[in-house]
Design a protein around this ligand. Structure first.
Ligand code: FAD
Ligand code: NAD
Length: 468
């Protein structure tokens, strides 16, 4: 239904989870829609070099570790000599990436979304140039995502494969003997776990005194214990001040974060994973008078409108956690707003999951943040006491439910458990419906499931759990 004045009702820049989802929803709502993408395939970081390939390697390396460390043998599954064929694992990863990115191309065709191939630049607030051609649209959504934050003095060269970023670490052709991960956040722990399971000796260098900034304090402490037990060497409160590469080895200069005696660390592979930054370079934002905030992000209102009329933004390029599901929900909401409906994202209830073994997940406030806001009550339940986790021999972790002391409303739920990522969906839904801990405690949970630990932790908020 594009008016004659413009080529499109909506043009989206970037086909990651924010952009491609916005495009499909807009088309479903009857808008004539185009999506510009500079990558060869659709799906953005998430499908090409993020969520999906990392999960393929996490899954493959988990299978290897289960066969190798005696977990299978414990249940009588005899595997004999277990070997890892990295090329086959990488090929399987490439196959699923191709299937899923191809799936988005199919959905674009099915929904009649035009894929404009190339890098998009604004000419004005209603005109974007892609590969030398100008396209006009009544509305434009910026969904350009993010890229790796560089670390001065530590130059990434994914081709060489000695100092790599997440994209390089997802494509190593062989298991390095030694690996140093700079940054004990989500990427460092997920990809560090992959290569540790496959045989690398992995050291994680983290600037702060704990891993996983932003997560609940108890979770951060317990996670560090579990990772250390698994064989990750953790160097907390330590900063990297420089790196040099000689042949196939890198030498890093390290210092205590607070200053002090320097040391060096040599490794076959170094992964730089100290965060990501929004992609705005080369977009021509100056042409439309759109300024960035101090963190280089595009600010929007709750409808995802920027300060420039007709220009909207979603995903990693705007403030908030850099997560695929957050970008997707914003993509749906922005399309609905542009189509004249009311699209809302509840940013207080965005779950986050670290796909290590066990998984680490949370939604809502941490205990520390909740305490700052007022009186709270806490219920905790160990996975060791959950019958399914015990049966499966997955003893590590716990669930913690944080509730308002006066109203009992659930403010946050945190979990370390083999399937915490799946379990947390229940907590997110309960919080979305404004549940109290009593609501969760009196909801019937199937037995035996890991999710019963959420019910027991909720019971622990106001009384006592049964199995502890
Ligand atoms: P992106 O996915 O970054 O997509 C933006 C797209 O825009 C890109 O394809 C880019 O090529 C294109 N683009 C940029 N500028 C232009 C331009 N000017 N013209 C045309 N095209 C342009 N999140 C999770 O929730 N779960 C996970 O398990 C998870 N795992 C991850 C693992 C790794 C290794 C990494 C790096 C990230 C992971 N993330 C995960 C984060 C997730 O990938 C991002 O939050 C998500 O992809 C953001 O979506 P987006 O649409 O905002 O941007
Ligand atoms: P991150 O912000 O999760 O972690 C970066 C870590 O590096 C932090 O702990 C920080 O303190 C540390 N750090 C920063 N500078 C340092 C330095 N100079 N020396 C040592 N440590 C330093 O960032 P990431 O792991 O790079 O991930 C980037 C983004 O991608 C995250 O925002 C995350 O949300 C997203 N992601 C999500 C998933 C998931 O949902 N499972 C997986 C991967 C990535």
């Amino acid at each position: 239904m594009a008016s004659n004045q413009y080529d499109y009702d909506l043009l989206i820049i970037g086909a990651g989870p924010g952009g491609y989802v916005a495009a499909i929803r807009a088309a479903q709502l009857g808008l004539k829609t185009a999506c510009a993408e500079s990558r060869e395939t659709l799906g953005g970081v998430c499908l090409n070099v993020g969520c999906i390939p990392s999960k393929a390697l996490l899954h493959g390396s988990e299978l290897f570790e289960e066969a190798n460390n005696g977990t299978l043998a414990k249940f009588g599954v005899k595997t004999g000599n277990v070997e890892i064929d990295v090329a086959t694992m990488q090929a399987e990863k490439a196959k699923v990436v191709s299937e899923l990115t191809g799936g988005i191309a199919f959905l674009f065709k099915k929904n009649k979304v035009d894929w404009l191939k190339g890098f998009a630049t604004f000419r004005d607030a209603h005109t974007v140039e892609v590969a030398g051609t100008a396209h006009t649209a009544r509305n434009i959504v910026i969904a350009t995502g993010s890229s790796v934050t560089p670390l001065p003095g530590v130059e990434v060269d994914n081709e060489k494969g000695v100092i790599v970023d997440s994209t390089g670490a997802l494509s190593l052709p062989a298991v390095p003997k030694t690996m140093v991960v700079i940054g004990g956040g989500v990427i460092g722990l997920e990809l560090g776990s992959v290569w540790r399971r496959l045989g690398a000796k992995v050291t994680v260098v983290e600037f702060l005194d704990q891993l996983l900034p932003g997560m609940d304090g108890d979770v951060r402490k317990e996670a560090a214990k579990i990772f250390a037990k698994q064989g990750l060497e953790l160097k907390l409160s330590t900063k990297v001040t420089g790196a040099s590469v000689k042949g196939k080895k890198a030498t890093l200069a390290l210092e205590p974060a607070a200053g002090g005696a320097a040391e060096t660390l040599t490794a076959d592979c170094v992964l730089v994973s100290i965060g990501r930054r929004p992609n705005t370079e080369g977009l021509g934002l100056d042409k439309i008078g759109l300024e960035l905030n101090a963190r280089g992000q595009i600010e929007t209102d709750h409808s995802f409108r920027t300060k420039v009329d007709g220009v909207w933004a979603v995903g990693d390029v705007i403030p908030g956690p850099m997560l695929a599901h957050k970008a997707e929900d914003e993509g749906i909401a922005v399309a609905e707003n542009i189509a004249g409906q009311i699209g809302i994202v509840n940013h207080a209830v965005i779950p986050s999951v670290v796909y290590t073994w066990p998984e680490i997940a949370g939604v809502g406030l941490t205990e520390e943040a909740a305490r700052e806001k007022g009186e709270i009550k806490i219920g905790k339940f160990p996975m060791l006491a959950n019958s399914r986790a015990k049966t499966n021999r997955e003893p590590d972790g716990f669930v913690k439910v944080i509730a308002d002391a006066a109203t009992d409303r659930v403010l946050g739920v945190w979990a370390i458990a083999s399937v915490a990522g799946t379990m947390i969906a229940q907590a997110a839904q309960a919080m979305e419906f404004g549940a109290t801990s009593e609501d969760i405690a009196y909801t019937c949970h199937a037995h035996p499931t890991h999710s019963e630990a959420i019910k027991e932790a909720a019971m622990a908020v106001r009384g006592k759990p049964i199995h502890m």
